[in-house]
Design a protein around this ligand. Structure first.
Ligand code: MF3
Ligand code: CO
Ligand code: CO
Length: 269
């Protein structure tokens, strides 16, 4: 399998070796465990900065590195995106209140491999509309993942996500996308969460990338706040996101960031 090593497709997508999956599973497992363990802290009254500090502590305790601290000037171990924040919410003095929904996005580096995942959490009691948004977003991610197998295209992934989300009268954010990863954080291709079946690069065994759809209850447009990071829905509607790091296998997919305790979905009571 040595001929796999370091090969780039014509679209610049790295084809990894079979043994590289082990590195991705290690990093992915740490990220997933941190996302599991932080759930206990998400309650009304807690600040997003306190949650982020605990995530940073857990990354350090594991002897790993945060991929986000120092990334393009970002200074935190997580992004915490509350309610109408679409992504890249900066942890800070914001206090969670009852009914808030939030995405926590963590990327760790273990032995040089990147594990990138995010999930939704709820502070206190989950409202009906928010619950439906979270369920649809979660299911849309998995419909995208189910489209991952050699011979399918990236457009098939986007199409699966978009057609499901829109069938539920929700919208797919266009301004942010998933990405290749491995020994780097963000690599080709851009993994769009919308698109036409059969378009885009063909999936090949050994590709590693994220799928991380952001779905809005209202319109898809976003804007970035003056802090240059925080992306919000223009119409202030609620937004949700789930993210897994994925590999293409000989006959389908592998998920590097699966929850060790089955807690990926927030309503895991
Ligand atoms: N983890 C995010 C992603 O899914 C990237 C965050 S970059 C940061 O790609 F600088 F905002 F942290
Ligand atoms: Co990502
Ligand atoms: Co992420």
């Amino acid at each position: 399998m040595d001929d796999f090593r370091g090969r780039l497709t014509k679209d610049g997508i790295r084809i990894h070796n079979p043994e590289d999956s082990a590195g991705m599973y290690k990093a992915g497992a740490l990220t997933a465990r941190i996302l599991d363990d932080i759930a206990a802290m998400v309650e009304p009254g807690v600040t997003t900065a306190a949650i982020d500090s605990e995530i940073e502590r857990m990354v350090n305790e594991a002897g790993a590195t945060s991929a986000t601290i120092g990334y393009k000037g970002y200074q935190h171990a997580s992004c915490i995106s509350v309610n109408h924040v679409v992504c890249h919410g900066i942890p800070g003095s914001k206090v969670l209140k009852n009914g808030d929904i939030l995405n926590i996005d963590v990327t760790t580096i273990v032995d040089g491999w990147f594990g990138d995942s995010s999930r939704m959490y709820v502070a206190g009691k989950l409202g009906r509309k928010a619950e439906r948004l979270i369920q649809v977003t979660h299911d849309a991610l998995f419909m995208g993942i189910e489209a991952v197998k050699p011979g399918n295209t990236f457009g098939d992934i986007g199409h699966a996500i978009q057609s499901y989300a829109e069938s539920q009268r929700m919208s797919v954010v266009r301004d942010f996308c998933g990405h290749g990863l491995g020994t780097v954080f963000h690599a080709p291709p851009n993994v769009l969460h919308y698109g036409r079946a059969g378009t885009g690069p063909v999936l090949e065994e050994g590709m590693f990338f994220t799928i991380e759809p952001m779905i809005n209850l209202g319109r898809p447009e976003t804007k970035v706040l003056a802090d240059d990071w925080t992306a919000v829905t223009r119409d202030k509607s609620l937004s949700a996101q789930f993210e897994h790091s994925i590999g293409v296998t000989a006959d389908g997919f592998e998920i590097f960031t699966l929850s060790p305790s089955g807690k990926f979905h927030p309503t895991y009571s």
